[in-house]
Design a protein around this ligand. Sequence first.
Ligand SMILES: Nc1ncnc2c1ncn2[C@@H]1O[C@H](COP(=O)(O)OP(=O)(O)OP(=O)(O)O)[C@@H](O)[C@H]1O
Ligand SMILES: Cc1ncc(COP(=O)(O)O)c(N)n1
Length: 274
Amino acid sequence: MDVVMTIAGADSGGGAGIQADLKTFQELKVFGTTVITALTAQNTLGVQGIFPTSPDFVLQQLTSVFSDFHVKAVKTGMLFSAEIIEVIANYLQQKDVQLVIDPVMIAKGGESLLQKEAVDALKNTLLPIATVLTPNIPEAEVISGIKIENEDHMTKAAHTMLQYGVQCVVMKGGHSKELNTATDKVYLADGTSFSMISKRIHTKHTHGTGCTFSAAITSFLARGLSLKEAMIEAKKFVQLAIENPLNIGHGHGPTNHFAYQQRKGQYEVIVDES
Ligand SMILES: Nc1ncnc2c1ncn2[C@@H]1O[C@H](COP(=O)(O)OP(=O)(O)OP(=O)(O)O)[C@@H](O)[C@H]1O
Ligand SMILES: Cc1ncc(COP(=O)(O)O)c(N)n1
């Protein structure tokens, strides 16, 4: 059984953060462990409260898990503060793991999940040791310092982020203005890139899509898929999770983590290498 880890915030509503990650890990048949950076009192309507973990206790959780398990791949989500990021980066740089970073900054309801001064710590300490970075467009703008209004800007921003040392940047298209498609553009450190294109689903039930996508990438990397295969399979997982809603809650409902297994992974992602 391949062991993976999520380092993220807990979502009491069950749709994002640690809870979305563990559900994804379970469905993808990897063993999930957790390091909790913050508790959030949250539901599909928004985040009502945040209770951060102390950096010392983040370290204690990392030490407990790594001293007992052989963790193959790690993902990070809500990291909250520069102090927490520094503890995690210092610890993980001594470990031989594939690291997927979902640079969670703002919840769907608009609440901040990362302090402003923490962005520099993320760029300077975590990106140099990361395998994959999965920003949405607003997050890519903050990390790269480039306003993204067209494809050229996106490429420039991706190359700026690759310069921090991460091996692959996936620009997620959930927030883009495309009417019929949801396109994620993948940029690799060797200068190549490709797009993953799926049908855009018109739904408000997209709480935790980013968490679910990055947890799926982490699971497939731990299972030994190549970077490209892991990315395409993760896109299928999140597509099926959005396409088959559970209709839970009164706001932005969670996605359906059961769907990939129920539909036997049946979804054709279009891969464009041009
Ligand atoms: N309406 C949609 N239809 C199809 N795919 C979508 C839709 N919205 C998002 N996705 C896909 O979900 C994945 C996550 O992208 P998204 O841009 O939503 O991330 P995010 O904004 O970081 O999510 P979160 O707000 O949960 O952190 C991507 O693969 C994206 O293409
Ligand atoms: C603990 C935690 N982590 C991540 C998200 C982002 O998810 P979303 O943007 O869908 O609200 C969240 N809301 N809560």
